[in-house]
Design a protein. Structure first.
Length: 293
């Protein structure tokens, strides 16, 4: 994974000149949000690009004020082929972002089947909605595949039909396999399941969890140590950290995160990204030669 600085982010998500024709370009949008570009295809995962939560929680214990502006205005985005939402929390299935995208895009929305009703309420058109659950496989245009896996936020939860409320996704995009865990903590059998899926890079939250947040309605995620341990146990060679830096009550210091990863005596390659920067993934590349430390 190669960081590319100095390339301005626009609503077209144009790949930087450094990206080859077979490469995948990834941008971190803040929180758990990402954009992936491969040739003419553009995929968004968990985009939160509005102030919906600040409006919802104004004056409350956790007011959800942004620590940084959205790196791109959702109404400026063009050419989106698919939007993947890992679960129904607003910073992952955001009505403000969804409704701003729709006038200029006609994407397919992939969401947990257990959250279909919520997705419709948030503005997802029924004709463009694909519900899924762990163990299935979703085929998107351009040869892109999505393989859902369970996520535990902070517990594994299923509805009455056995469909998981919280999902992660393993995407195959242009020969690169990218695992986005959604919001997640470790659970039994997780690394064994992921090892069989052979991801090249894991996009994992690292903001951790504690009793104060959990008891006040903010379930947590991996710590940076747990995220690194999952990659090592699952044989995923590169970790990209996220879910920090947006809300002051639910973040970690990026420099402390980098220090913690530098201290690990393992060959794990890792990136602590910067919002809006481009990162290039090359199929078959050796990730240990592209560490961003």
């Amino acid at each position: 994974m190669r960081p590319v600085s100095g390339t301005p982010l626009t609503g077209t998500f144009t790949a930087p000149p450094e990206a080859g024709p077979d490469d995948v370009t990834l941008w971190w949008l803040g929180q758990a949000g990402f954009a992936l570009r491969h040739r003419g295809r553009l995929i968004l995962i968990d985009p939160y690009l509005s102030d919906t939560l600040a409006e919802k929680y104004r004056g409350q214990l956790f007011p959800h004020r942004r620590m940084h502006p959205a790196p791109v205005a959702p109404e400026a985005i063009r050419g989106v082929d698919a939007v993947l939402c890992t679960h129904g929390h607003t910073d992952h299935m955001d009505p403000g972002t969804i409704r701003a995208l729709l006038p200029h895009n006609d994407p397919r929305f992939v969401v947990p089947r257990a959250e279909r009703t919520r997705a419709l309420e948030r503005g997802v058109p029924a004709t463009r909605l694909t519900g899924t659950t762990a163990g299935e496989r979703v085929e998107l245009d351009g040869g892109i595949t999505v393989e859902p896996v369970p996520a535990a936020h902070e517990h594994l939860e299923q509805d009455g039909n056995g469909d998981h409320r919280f999902l992660g996704y393993v995407l195959t995009v242009g020969g690169v396999r990218v695992y986005h865990s959604g919001d997640c903590v470790p659970y039994d059998g997780q690394s064994e399941r992921l090892r069989t899926l052979r991801a090249d890079v894991a996009l994992l939250p690292v903001n951790g969890r504690d009793r104060h947040r959990t008891e006040n309605g903010v379930p947590g995620n991996f710590t940076v140590r747990e995220a690194a341990e999952l990659c090592e146990a699952a044989g995923i060679p590169h970790l990209l950290c996220h879910h920090f830096g947006l809300f002051d009550f639910n973040t970690v210091d990026p420099e402390e995160t980098r220090d913690a990863l530098r201290r690990r005596a393992t060959p794990l390659s890792w990136t602590v990204p910067r919002v809006g920067d481009a990162y290039v993934l090359t199929p078959g590349d050796d990730p240990t030669a592209k560490e961003d430390r």
